[in-house]
Design a protein around this ligand. Structure first.
Ligand code: FE2
Ligand code: FE2
Length: 171
């Protein structure tokens, strides 16, 4: 890959921009599925989710991995307040819960797809609705709490720059 050599301060902006774009994509997924749930169009929801859930699994795994590599360690390393540690631990825990839930949804969709004319149970839709709400709340918490905190805390920003610069240089 022909890699652009970043200027000082470029990394933090690129990583934050990429992350914000991903949040927009995630919230678009959530809005799309939520609309199908609200409309009680379960057949369409199932078809749409089946078509996109593998991509969503991959996208979420990459997105979470970047947050766990840069954002969370930077916040913890520059942290002077126990409430900030609790925030990061909560977000980290939510990643695990969301990944497990999406893997469960993916497995259910795969199984439903292999059985002809079988509508998954109402429980499945409740679980999808819960997953979508938790994913939305998780992204919002990062957008309104974690990212402004990192941005406003010089020690966190410094660590974030170090981590992203080290990654751009490679091992
Ligand atoms: Fe996250
Ligand atoms: Fe996120």
């Amino acid at each position: 890959m022909n890699r652009h050599r970043p200027e000082a301060g470029d990394n933090i902006n690129n990583v934050i921009l990429k992350n914000s774009n991903e949040h927009k994509i995630i919230l678009d997924y959530v809005a799309k599925y939520d609309q199908l749930l609200q409309a009680q169009d379960f057949g369409l929801l199932q078809r749409q989710m089946t078509a996109t859930v593998e991509a969503m699994l991959r996208d979420l795994a990459d997105h979470f991995a970047a947050e766990e590599k840069y954002f969370f360690p930077a916040a913890l390393a520059g942290c002077a307040n126990p409430a900030d540690i609790v925030l990061v631990l909560q977000l980290q825990k939510e990643h695990g819960v969301l990944e497990t839930e999406l893997a469960w949804i993916s497995e259910k969709l795969g199984r439903a797809g292999s059985q002809r004319n079988t509508e998954p149970a109402r429980d499945f839709y409740r679980q999808v609705a819960g997953f979508l709400n938790r994913l939305k709340d998780h992204a919002r918490l990062e957008i309104v709490s974690l990212f402004p905190l990192i941005d406003a805390t010089p020690a966190m920003r410094k660590k974030f720059e170090e981590l992203t610069a080290a990654n751009a240089r490679g091992p």
